[in-house]
Every structure is written in C-alpha cells, then in structure tokens.
Design a protein around this ligand. Structure first.
Ligand code: ADP
Ligand code: MG
Ligand code: MG
Length: 255
C-alpha cells in the first residue's frame, strides 16, 4: 500500500523578473489501487505538475510538499524517486543515442531493483510485454526514442511501466497522437497493470477519450494551476459535453 500526497504545491518557472507561478496550491492524494484522472485545458499546468513530481530542474518548488509513504519526494534525486517506486516516463531523456530499448530497460530495472534481473526471465518478460502491446520484436534493438513515432513513444512508455512495476505511475498525455487502435492497446496495458497489482495511477489528459478505455475512480478538473473541481467518473462525461469553459471563466475571475 503506497500513498502519494501532494499538499499545497506551488511551482514557478523562469528566473528573477521572468519567474511565473504556474502551480498555485495543488492538493492531491493518490493511493495504490486508485486511478485518478487530471483533466484540464492546455496551458493549465498539468505537465508542470508531472515535471515537478519528476524533479525536472526547470521547475522551482516555492511551497508545499510531495511525499510518498511519508518520505519527502522533493528532497530525492531523480534516481531516488524511481527507486522509491515513482514512475514518470518523462524523467527520461528525449533521445538516448546508442542505447537500445532492450539495454535501456534492463539498466532501468537494475537501478530500481538494486540488482540485475535474471537474463533469461528478463528476455522472456520483455518479449511477452512487447507482444501484449503489439510491438514488433525488432523494436527492442532500436535506440531509445531515436526516430520513434508519437505512437511508438507512448508504447515505449507503457512498456517501461509494465516492466518496472512502479507503485505510483504518472502518465502525461499518454493518449496524445494515438490512433484508436493504439489507444486501445496502450489502455489495455495500463488496465492490465491496474488489475495485476497495487499500482496508483495518475492519468493526465486534455481529452476525455482515453477515459472510455481507462475508467478513473476520481476525476480532477485542473484549471489555472490548481484543482477547480473533483468528482467520480461521471465528471469526465460532464466535461465531454460541456468542456472547460465554466471552470476557466470562474478561475479568471478569481485570478
Ligand atoms: P499543460 O500541460 O496543462 O498544457 P503546462 O504545464 O505545459 O500546461 O504549462 C503551463 C504554463 O506554464 C504555460 O503557460 C506554459 O507556457 C508555462 N510553462 C511550462 N513549462 C515552462 C518552461 N519550462 N518555461 C517557461 N514556461 C513554461
Ligand atoms: Mg497555497
Ligand atoms: Mg501538458
């Protein structure tokens, strides 16, 4: 059982006079076994939230706390966050020249578990997971993210999540750039992980369509750097019909 707790998180980007507050007091708790969807308009700060939890150096935490099972995540290095069981696909470099997918995954698994997985079972696991995501076996020998299509990047993210078995997985716009078939396959990968284990999932998205495949337990509407409304899966349906206009208008008046 794991709990990711975000309390009154304030984050700025830029420095000096250019510093701009993007997150303005985010409160969120994600427990193992729960799937939370964060939905909001473009530019509302959703990726900033993900990057801040990942420890991206461009984002300055100016207030609040993030803990995983009581441990201070913000004090951890990026590697320590991964070892603690946080999965944030975007923490990895965009391209890793000369490193194959297969080596990259084994190195990541070794770093997280503290010992190299047994080669024979590992190779079998990678093959099984790639087949589940309907990935060409040749993909394992390609260099990480080099010339990957949008869909391949997303499948690679989910492949990592499947193999690294995190306690809390944060997926930012996993649905963007996917056609319907790829969306279904990627969603099945996420759902399988939810069924198998005690993972907590934070699914960040702009569109509601992925939520037809991955049923969230909680939906949070994210506007102007904070959560403007919370509810269950029915809130996603409401957003699909009404959009974000009501929340955006409200938040502008407050700002
Ligand atoms: P979302 O993911 O909801 O679309 P983002 O978190 O990407 O929103 O962006 C929120 C706001 O923060 C935007 O106005 C964006 O321009 C700004 N922003 C995000 N990251 C940076 C950055 N590294 N440098 C400057 N501005 C940034
Ligand atoms: Mg505050
Ligand atoms: Mg974003």
């Amino acid at each position: 059982m794991s709990v990711l707790e975000i309390r009154d998180l304030h984050v700025t980007v830029g420095e000096g006079d250019d510093a701009k507050e993007i997150l303005r007091g985010v409160d969120l708790t994600v427990r193992s076994g729960e799937t939370h969807a964060i939905m909001g308009p473009n530019g509302s700060g959703k990726s900033t939230l993900a990057y801040s939890i990942a420890g991206h150096p461009k984002y300055t935490i100016t207030g609040g706390t993030v803990t995983l099972d009581g441990e201070d995540v913000l004090a951890m290095t990026v590697d320590e966050r991964a070892r603690a069981g946080l999965f944030l696909a975007m923490q990895y470099p965009v391209e890793v020249p000369g490193v194959s997918v297969s080596n990259f995954l084994r190195t990541a698994a070794t770093a997280i578990k503290g010992e190299a997985p047994k080669l024979r079972t590992w190779v079998k696991d990678v093959k099984t997971e790639m087949a589940g995501l309907e990935m060409d076996p040749a993909f394992a020998e390609r260099n990480v993210n080099e010339g990957f299509s949008g869909g391949e990047k997303k499948r690679h993210e989910i492949l990592q999540m499947r193999l690294l078995k995190p306690r809390i997985a944060i997926l930012d716009e996993t649905d963007s750039g996917l056609d319907v078939d790829a969306l279904r396959i990627v969603s099945e990968g996420v759902n399988k992980t939810r069924e198998e284990g005690d993972v907590g999932v934070l699914l960040i998205t702009h569109y509601t369509r992925i939520l037809r495949y991955i049923q969230p337990d909680f939906v949070h509407v994210f506007v102007n750097g904070r959560i403007a409304e919370e509810g269950g899966a029915e809130l996603a349906e409401k957003l699909e019909n009404d959009g974000y206009a009501a929340y955006v208008k409200g938040s502008t008046e407050v700002a």
